[in-house]
Design a protein around this ligand. Structure first.
Ligand code: KIV
Length: 278
């Protein structure tokens, strides 16, 4: 049985930390599902983690629908949240269209969008239409060109107060959970205490109700990139490089494939096939 947003919200009620991870394809998503991750995010971090872009900005709704559908196909238990890509929710009509595609064509159970009080009418409309919405405050990567670069948000009293008000407004609009990205730990704790819905932190300290990480970061798949807010639970990049180098060498020295990786045909059939050929 797939988890529902109620299951996720009940985890907050029970004080049970919520572990969320990104996933972008069926094979990886199946591994994470089997490992017991209750909620997977098909993040638009697809752009910089899979598609080779340097930000999330170029990611399109077609990209998100395709990868969301793959993650859904690979999983049975996790709740699948899909990111609404850059500028696909600039108006109510656009937001409804994008959410329809992510849920009907992609099979997501919920969508995520970035922004505070300005997003309230969008969140309210989507929720009225039956779309579970996860909010996203703090550093919001789709606004990278406004921020300049990824940096901690809400350090001043004014900015912190605004973030608390944004969080309360998103909850009142019907958001079922809220990502807090690059937020001071004390502010994330203050928001978490004031909300009934779960907060899911990334670089927001240990007091959120849950944590979300980009899977390539925790598995060490990009050894040129290690943000402060992540911990590498594995170092897969050197492992993959040496496994692939071993494969290249084995092919090069003809030690792979061997008879055990090959199939044979009846010799008489082969002779007949070759008869008369030069
Ligand atoms: O796209 C993404 O991976 C995200 C997380 C950083 C929360 O939005």
């Amino acid at each position: 049985m797939r988890k529902t947003i109620t299951d996720i919200q009940q985890m907050k009620v029970r004080g049970e930390p919520i572990a969320m991870l990104t996933a972008y394809d069926a094979t990886i998503a199946a591994l994470f599902d089997a490992a017991g991750v209750p909620m997977l995010l098909v993040g638009d971090s697809l752009g910089d983690n899979v598609l080779g872009f340097s930000s999330t900005i170029p990611v399109t709704i077609e990209d998100m629908v395709r990868h969301t559908a793959a993650v859904v196909r690979g999983t049975q238990s996790a709740l699948i949240v899909a990111d609404m890509p850059f500028l696909t929710y600039a108006t109510l009509e656009m937001a409804v269209t994008a959410a329809r595609r992510l849920m009907q064509e992609g099979g997501a159970q919920a969508v995520k969008l970035e922004g505070g009080q300005a997003m309230v009418p969008i969140v309210r409309r989507l929720v009225e239409c039956g779309v579970p919405v996860m909010g996203h405050l703090g550093y919001t990567p789709q606004s990278v060109h406004l921020f300049g670069k990824a940096r901690v948000q809400g350090r001043s009293a004014t900015a912190a107060r605004r973030m608390i008000e944004d969080a309360l407004a998103l909850e009142a609009a019907g958001a079922f959970a809220l990502v807090l990205e690059l937020v001071p730990a004390q502010l994330a704790a203050a928001i978490t205490e004031r909300l009934r819905i779960p907060t899911i932190g990334i670089g927001a300290g240990p007091h959120c109700d849950g944590q979300v990480q980009v899977f390539t970061d925790i598995l060490g798949l990009r050894d040129d990139f290690k943000p402060r807010h992540t911990r590498r639970f594995a170092e897969l990049a050197p492992l993959i490089r040496s496994a692939v180098a071993a494969y290249v060498a084995a092919v090069g020295e003809r030690s792979f494939p061997t008879a055990e990786h090959s199939s044979r045909m009846d010799e008489a059939e082969l002779r007949e096939a070759l008869e008369g050929l030069s």
